[in-house]
Design a binder for this molecule. Structure first.
Ligand code: FAD
Length: 412
């Protein structure tokens, strides 16, 4: 029998998903001729700036069930995918290439060098060593399905080239030239919306408190169904920190619909209950009745935040614990456990932001990442309507979907 000619496969987008797809494909089928296209003059630009330049590669969580809960969009599809490729596989993959990762107390994992260049150097070395045709500075304008089932790619300022299979790893489809080609082949695209942003809040309670944080807050909008918890940071513009970023991710579409002007609520002491705070108030009344409330902050609440909440509750600076009326006590407790704030806009988090939206998940077979409508057309990474909260989950989604796509394309 004649040997089959090796397949020509194009991967469009030289970011995390593009590289991992290409490297997986080469590992699984070294004969494949792979062209990796990148429209910019640099590879892996987001990896470079990610995690404040340290690259939060993945998360210290090895249970697919738990891991999938970190994805406001795509949890169900990723849960099954994580059984095939998850953070432990990624740690091992890097370790086989002499790159050690470390985890921080909150589970985020970084290269021990604390330098994203370590990850870039690893990918570049691997790609150059495996004869992947690296074509940077080549943007793909559009692509067509040819009658024979292959794809022709129109390369910007250049000719059209034909490939047996195609994987789209373009990242966010915002303003992408390829949106039209994707839709023309029957796929739908979920509208794009920013995720992971801080809330702008102009509120006298927060004046001069920028830089203050609490370790365990709860935040929610509308109803407690949306509640998210974690550290909360007061910024010059309003509020940020993990609790706020998580809420922004889970409610990304809702908040976009509200034009980023919305009411939300904060519990500054998530580890306490209204009852336990009341008990503490009673104890203070008994044991330090002569002390002023303003000068005796509740445990764990930063002093200046406490003072601000006391003042906002209209409790005078001279009022002592013994003098605290039941009404004012309740006002202050409400301020602590369910303070009402108004957001007037958003600020993108500089360390990490993602776009939700992209190619509809229902159009993709998540066992292979192949289109359900067009054979040999694959998708991986952020171009799909998948996104995670902060903590390394977005890169993990890129590694996992890239792994599945690369493995499946090796069988073509
Ligand atoms: C500032 C910042 C920090 C972040 N930090 C983290 C972090 O620490 N941990 C984490 O998990 N996530 C982080 N994220 C999110 C993470 O970077 C993305 O989820 C991830 O990069 C997605 O990978 P991707 O390969 O799908 O897309 P991208 O990394 O966006 O790569 C897509 C590539 O395709 C190219 N491209 C697009 N269209 C074309 C075309 N038509 N032709 C050719 N090339 C094209 C683009 O130029 C780009 O290089 C961060 C994001 C930002 C913005």
């Amino acid at each position: 029998m004649e040997p089959q000619p090796s397949k020509k496969i194009a991967i469009i987008g030289g970011g995390a998903a593009g590289f991992f797809t290409a490297l997986t494909l080469k590992e699984k089928n070294p004969q494949t001729q792979i062209a990796l296209f990148e429209k910019r003059n640099d590879w892996l630009t987001k990896v470079k700036i990610s995690g404040g330049g340290r690259c939060n590669v993945t998360h210290f969580c090895f249970d697919p069930e738990e891991l999938s809960k970190k994805y406001p969009r795509g949890a169900k599809e990723l849960r099954a995918a994580f059984y095939k490729w998850q953070p432990s596989d990624m740690i091992e993959w890097f370790s086989d290439r002499n790159i050690s990762l470390k985890n921080e107390a909150d589970g985020r994992m970084f290269p021990i060098t604390d330098d994203s260049q370590t990850i870039i150097d690893c990918f570049m070395e691997e790609a150059e060593g495996s004869q992947i045709n690296l074509r940077k500075g080549f943007g793909i304008e559009n692509f067509f399905l040819e009658e024979a089932g292959s794809f022709s790619l129109k390369i910007e300022d250049s000719e059209t080239e034909s490939f047996d299979a195609l994987c789209l790893t373009t990242g966010s489809l915002k303003g992408s030239l390829l949106e039209h080609s994707i839709k023309k082949l029957g796929h739908s695209i979920e509208p794009l919306a920013p995720s992971l942003f801080a809330f702008n809040v102009n509120d006298k309670r927060l004046k001069s408190l920028a830089g203050i944080s609490v370790p365990s807050a709860e935040v929610w909008i509308d109803s407690k169904h949306s509640l998210q918890s974690g550290p909360l940071l007061i910024t010059h513009r309003g509020m940020s920190g993990p609790a706020i970023l998580k809420l922004s991710a889970w409610e990304a579409r809702n908040l976009q619909n509200k034009g980023y002007h919305f009411d939300f609520y904060v519990n500054w002491l998530a580890d306490e209950t209204e009852g336990s705070i009341k008990e503490q108030f009673d104890r203070n009344r008994d044991s330090q009745g002569k002390k002023t409330i303003k000068n005796t902050p509740l445990l764990k609440l930063p002093k200046r935040l406490w003072e601000s909440l006391v003042e906002y509750s209209k409790i005078s600076a001279e009022t002592t614990w013994a003098q605290l009326s039941k009404d004012l006590e309740q006002t202050l407790i409400n301020e602590i456990v369910s303070g009402h704030y108004k957001a007037q806009g958003k600020t993108t988090n500089k360390d990490e932001f993602v776009t939700c939206g992209g190619v509809h998940r229902k159009d993709i077979n998540f066992k292979t990442m192949e289109s359900k409508y067009v054979p040999n057309l694959f998708f991986a990474g952020e171009c799909i309507d998948i996104d995670g909260i902060t903590g390394g989950f977005n890169f993990q989604a890129a590694w996992t979907t890239g792994r599945l796509a690369g493995t499946a394309m090796a069988q073509i």
